[in-house]
Design a protein around this ligand. Structure first.
Ligand code: ADP
Ligand code: ZN
Length: 785
């Protein structure tokens, strides 16, 4: 637990002793891992848990906003009865978070080792906190009666005051019902605020305030979507029975829905939600951000009347109005990305997490929570049911199915309508390269097939998990590689249309266009030098990137319509437009990064090519096999989503790699068995828990010293508490420097979550590590770079 302090160290003497009154406990968003008690003046009472207040803080009593995390604390409970500072202002009229979300916040704070105030801050969208789109309208009316009117008028001195009073009287603005809008009245009379103030002080007029929230529709309109009700197949029916018995029980439970792409999972989510709504309960559906396309949202919108959406594509005003709609109980289905797990739904009956294996559910800034695991926790707190759906469930989830009694696994092994799975073709690039002359991204077999597809007026998706043009800029003569000045990574070459950058040559001797070298970690850009800064010879590019893929396609298929999708090439709106164009057949080949692998439905796509299945495998991460398997399976699901037969090409240099072999055979069970063997032998998740303590500083000596101290602390707690855990490090992180910060990490492995909790709760309650460096704790990390 974090420390509880009363902020009384720097009190000035004017603060009186307190014998009575309400005390609340406040946590700040700023990141202090302590909580502070304050006295609430009677006129501000009641203040509830989950409500924000403004309070004086620190030596200078600077006003700060914090969340009330406990209301009405007894005087005995607060450690210092005296000299409590007073709450200055209540920000919200009502609590933003209910008791259930507060409890979820406490869990996240303790499990993910993050100050409670920071968690609370992250739970409420910024747009809500600053009231985006909220307008205050003021209205005025006369508080005198008609009889007293003349008398009142006589008393008045100011000419403007008289004018206003007349104006109100003429319009019979005598009570709050017929009040006039203030600004309009002022404009009509032609006066400033001052006379109004005077009149109000004398009690002649009254001013009322009304807050109005602009509400903007957040759901795209005008897309046609098929809405006919299908009848479920046998597998679906069995699965739905299992889910419904969970929802009906009114008790917490998890159904893991393992179904291949197109097996009808989404249809089941919809049915399960219908059931929950019948029981007067609400539902939350979580999707990876990128899958939150207009297509998906429309599909739910076509089946439910009151849905709200929460995703990054909304404007601030939309975000606030959607949140308020949920809070007011006007939406009973919420669809959103990771943060939808915090939707202020009151009567929660069901949470669906689609693509539960997705690493993007893990937030990579504080609080570093996993949206899926928070969803499970929330379902538990709400006595609700949780569905985790995936074509390739994570090993953690599978292992929960066999070890936890409230987890239940159901399968949808077939595509609906018995569509065949696509044909999988392996292209061994080692053989290709020895036979071919130059280095190309599209192998001969893939090129040939692509030609056939184009000839038949069908469509193709090509996937390359790397942005830019090439990921190394180097000198063939002296082997010098361009590195980022600030980070320990190589620079990626990006082509640009800007003419100010000089020409360089590729390995193949072709002239490059203009471009710049970009660091994908800190965003630093440099011009690509024409000649090597060390030896003066010409620079060259190697490695692959989506820009280069696009170029090669345009070279090889000049008549085809090719579009590239990656985070460089587009904003979200353009992305949707492009998908729309693709579905209307205006684009033949879509080439891009993993943005393309998720949740899209294009019946005319008969070819999917994975340009390099190896990009994940080179990463030093224990989940790289799992990611590779998931990527290939996911992408395979994009092909042949109709009666037309689909083909998937998987290009690789590592044709013997088990993850690739199993993925090609569509053998999920085989892959899991093999991978679990490896994880078990190394005490890795899902068998043991993993946490990474990351430390960074610009000064390496300081960092080294602090890291050593951190290790000693960890060891001493483990010793004192007699915990079973394995600790490794401190060692340099895989990317040992980012933005000029050197990075070290300590990896902790423990068989039990409890052990981790014990270790980290003691670690955080101790004093800060010296010398002071930046410390982060990542529990259940999904990325070890
Ligand atoms: P998944 O979420 O597993 O990819 P979906 O639920 O999106 O699968 O189903 C794929 C397509 O099949 C959708 O267009 C859906 O409307 C349709 N579908 C789902 N279940 C059935 C069914 N029982 N009969 C006919 N079509 C179905
Ligand atoms: Zn950098």
């Amino acid at each position: 637990m974090s420390k509880i302090r009363t902020d009384s160290l720097f009190e000035t003497p004017q603060i009186e002793e307190v014998a009575s009154g309400h005390i609340i406990r406040v946590a700040f968003e700023s990141g202090v891992d302590s909580e502070f008690d304050y006295l609430v003046p009677d006129e501000l009472w009641p203040v509830g848990t989950g409500q924000r207040v403004e309070v004086p803080f620190g030596r200078k009593d600077k006003l700060q906003i914090g969340f009330c995390i406990k209301a009405d604390i007894s005087h005995r409970e607060t450690q210092r009865k005296f000299k409590l500072k007073k709450v200055a202002r209540a920000i919200d009229k009502k609590p933003l978070l209910d008791e259930q979300l507060m409890e979820l916040a406490r869990w996240i704070s303790s499990y993910y080792v993050c100050p409670l105030g920071q968690v609370l801050g992250a739970m409420v969208p910024a747009a809500v906190k600053r009231g985006a789109g909220v307008k205050t309208e003021r209205h005025i009316y006369l508080s005198t009666t008609a009889e007293d009117f003349e008398q009142t008028l006589k008393q008045l001195r100011g000419r403007k005051q008289k004018q206003i009073v007349r104006f109100l009287q003429e319009r019979a603005a005598l009570n709050s019902r017929t009040a006039l809008e203030l600004q309009g009245a002022l404009a009509a009379v032609g006066c400033t605020n001052a006379p109004i103030k005077k009149l109000a002080q004398q009690g002649i007029i009254e001013i009322t305030q009304k807050t109005i929230l602009k509400s903007l529709p957040a759901i795209p309109e005008g897309m046609t979507i098929r809405t006919e009700i299908v009848s479920l197949n046998d597998d679906q029916r069995k699965a739905l029975t299992a889910i419904n018995s969970g929802t009906d029980s009114g008790r917490f439970g998890v159904t893991v829905l393992h179904g291949v792409t197109d097996s009808g999972k989404t249809e089941l989510y919809i049915r399960a939600i219908e059931r929950a709504l019948q029981k007067k309960k609400a539902a939350i559906v979580m999707l990876p951000e990128i899958a939150l396309t207009a297509q998906t949202v429309q599909r739910f919108n076509a089946r439910f009347d009151n849905i709200a959406v929460m995703h990054s594509g909304l404007t601030a005003v939309q975000r606030n109005s959607q949140w308020q709609k949920i809070k007011a109980g006007q939406a009973n289905v919420v669809i959103g990305a990771r943060s939808a797990v915090f939707a202020p739904v009151a009567q929660l009956g069901l949470i669906v997490v689609d693509e539960e294996h997705e690493p993007s559910y893990k937030q990579d800034t504080v609080p570093r929570y996993n949206g899926r695991d928070a969803a499970i926790k929330r379902a538990q707190l709400a006595n609700a049911h949780c569905i985790l759906g995936s074509a390739t469930p994570s090993l953690e989830t599978l292992s929960n199915c066999s070890s936890k009694k409230h987890f239940n696994l159901v399968r949808l092994p077939k595509r609906v309508m018995d569509l065949p799975m696509p044909q999988m073709k392996l292209v061994d690039l080692r053989l290709q390269y020895s036979a071919q002359k130059g280095v190309t991204l599209i192998s001969e077999p893939l090129e040939e097939h692509l030609r056939e597809v184009l000839a038949k007026k069908e469509q193709a998706i090509l996937l390359l998990n790397r942005r830019g043009y090439s990921n190394f800029v180097f000198c063939p003569a002296c082997k010098h590689i361009l590195h980022c000045r600030n980070c320990d990574v190589t620079l990626t070459f990006h082509k640009s249309k800007l003419p100010q950058v000089r020409r360089t040559q590729t390995l193949m001797g072709r002239h490059m266009d203009y471009g710049y070298a970009l660091c994908h970690y800190c965003g630093a850009q440099t011009l690509v030098p024409q000649t090597c800064p060390l030896c003066g010879k010409g620079m060259a590019m190697i490695g692959l990137g989506s820009q280069r893929l696009e170029e090669e396609l345009k070279d090889k298929f000049p008549q085809a319509r090719v579009s590239r999708v990656d985070s460089d090439s587009m904003a979200r709106a353009d992305y949707y437009r492009l998908l729309q164009d693709f579905s209307l057949g205006r684009i033949d080949i879509l080439a891009g990064t993993q943005m393309l692998a998720k949740g899209l439905h294009f019946p005319n796509v008969t070819l999917v090519g994975i340009i390099s299945a190896d990009t994940c495998l080179y990463l030093p991460d224990f989940r790289s096999n799992e990611r590779t398997f998931q990527l290939i399976s996911q992408v395979a699901g994009r092909a042949g989503r109709s009666v037309k037969k689909g083909t998937v090409f998987v290009q690789t240099f590592l044709a013997d790699q088990p993850a690739i072999r199993f993925a090609l055979a569509g053998d999920f069970e085989g892959f899991v068995k093999e991978e679990l063997k490896h994880r078990k032998s190394c005490n890795l998740p899902p068998f043991w828990r993993l946490a990474v303590v990351g430390m960074r500083d610009r000064n390496f000596e300081k960092l080294e010293a602090a890291s050593k101290t951190m290790r000693e602390r960890i060891d001493s707690i483990i010793g004192q508490e007699n915990l079973k855990a394995v600790v490794r490090g401190p060692m340099p992180a895989t990317i040992s420097r980012i933005q000029r910060f050197h990075r070290m990490q300590i990896i902790v492995q423990a068989p039990q979550a409890q052990t981790m909790m014990k270790l980290f709760s003691r670690l955080r309650s101790g004093p800060a590590v010296r010398p002071a460096v930046k410390v982060t704790t990542d529990m259940d990390p999904v990325n070890l770079l």
